[in-house]
Each structure stands twice: as structure tokens, then as C-alpha cells.
Ligand binder design. Sequence first.
Ligand SMILES: CC(C)(COP(=O)(O)OP(=O)(O)OC[C@H]1O[C@@H](n2cnc3c(N)ncnc32)[C@H](O)[C@@H]1OP(=O)(O)O)[C@@H](O)C(=O)NCCC(=O)NCCS
Length: 222
Amino acid sequence: MTIRWTLLPASELPAGDAWLGPDERKVLAGFRFRNRRSDWRLGRFVAKRAVSSFASIDDTNRIQILAAEDGAPEAWIDGRKGELGISISHREGLAACVVSDGAAVGCDLEAVEPRSSRFVNDFFTEQERIAVEATAGALRDRHVALTWSAKESALKVLRVGLRRDTRSVEVEIEKVEAAEAGWHPLRATVSPEGRAFLGWWRQEAQVVLTVASDDERQSIAN
Ligand SMILES: CC(C)(COP(=O)(O)OP(=O)(O)OC[C@H]1O[C@@H](n2cnc3c(N)ncnc32)[C@H](O)[C@@H]1OP(=O)(O)O)[C@@H](O)C(=O)NCCC(=O)NCCS
């Protein structure tokens, strides 16, 4: 089965909230901070687009994206919880959403920017640290961003996020030097469970997007 991905900039957001469902509008009304409101709105917008395209639902008013108790997003269609895997990320005026036929998925956007050795020492495993430090020059920033982002994607698959030690996920990035656009593979191994997630990464300008899934038969396309 194919995971579908959608990435949209804030400039695509409609004015007003008429495109949000009644339960979504209640959630929006509860946010105190403007940044949180705008990130959340953009995430909802991209997720509704992604679900409507995945499930061939033309009328997006039938879809609501609501958070479960643990914070993970869930797609509700005509008031019933859909059998879809879904994940959302927002960063730097962009939001991404991935949708699957039910397999757990996670996605994450991160900026490619300088991060210190202290960050790497604190949050990465020994193998990740060695791999990152062996990456020369400007590519190091990309490698660090990809490793961090893939950890977050895997932690979203597990629905725990950063409640869990980031070193319990070990990431291997393939083709960190890839110059061409498009998707490239990654792998994330979760300890102590020993679960292995396959995933993909791509770079869009100064932002990387990673995706992870617990189903090895998946591929990715938009
Ligand atoms: C999930 C998490 C790692 C994402 O952090 P981030 O990289 O800063 O933000 P991103 O934009 O990439 O992802 C945010 C989205 O992750 C999703 N998310 C939140 N909790 C999630 C979970 N437990 N599992 C999977 N996805 C989750 C949501 O869709 C959220 O966006 P939304 O709330 O606007 O719908 C982080 O929020 C986290 O660790 N949450 C769990 C801990 C927690 O709940 N802390 C209290 C927050 S008030």
C-alpha cells in the first residue's frame, strides 16, 4: 500500500474558519497563543486536503481532524473515526500530512540549520553521533536535521512523541549526500522492543521532511 504525502505553505490557507467543522472550531477557540492557532489551522487544512484526496471525498466538510487523548491526530468522516493512519507536522510556515490505509505513520518537518555538538551528544545514540560527525561540511546540518526529524517521525508512529527518550530510537539515513530531489530511504530501530520502521526523507529548500511507518510493504507517493 502507498502512503500519500501532502505539503502546503501557509499562503494556501483560506481566510476565516468556515472550512473547519464544529468540533474543530471548539478546539481552535481554546488556544491562547496566536502561533499555536496558526500552526494548528495550517495542520488541519493540509490534513483535510490529504484525507479528502486519499479517501476520494470531495466535500471536506465531511472530514474533521481531531486529537486523541495522547495528542495524535485522527480523521473523522461523517462523525465516525476513519480507519486511516495519519500524521501532521508544521514548521516554518509549512505543514505536512501523511495518510495510510491504516498502518501507523509518522511525519516530521525540521529546519536545516546549525545544531551544536552538545545537542547531538544529548539526544543522539553513539552510532548516530559517529555517523553525523563523519559527515563533512554543510551536509552535517542536513544529517543532524534528518536524524532528529526521523526520531520524531518514529516517536509519532509510537504515539508517544518526546515523552520518550530520543535515544531509544536509532536512525540510519541513507544517501545523506543525495543531490537530487525526491524521496530517499531511512530506517529507525526502536529499543528495547527491537522494532524496525522503514521510512523516507526529502529536502524542500531549507526544510527536511521525514516519514516513518511500521508497515514494511509501504511505498510513498503524492
Ligand atoms: C509529538 C511531538 C513530538 C511533536 O512536536 P513538534 O516536532 O514540535 O511538532 P510537529 O509540528 O512536528 O508535530 C505536531 C503534531 O504532532 C501530532 N502529535 C501530537 N502528539 C502526538 C502523539 N502523541 N503521537 C503522534 N502524533 C502526535 C499532532 O498532530 C501535532 O499537531 P497538532 O496538535 O497541531 O495537530 C511533541 O508535540 C510531543 O512530544 N508531544 C507529546 C508530549 C506532550 O504531549 N507534551 C505536552 C504538549 S502541551
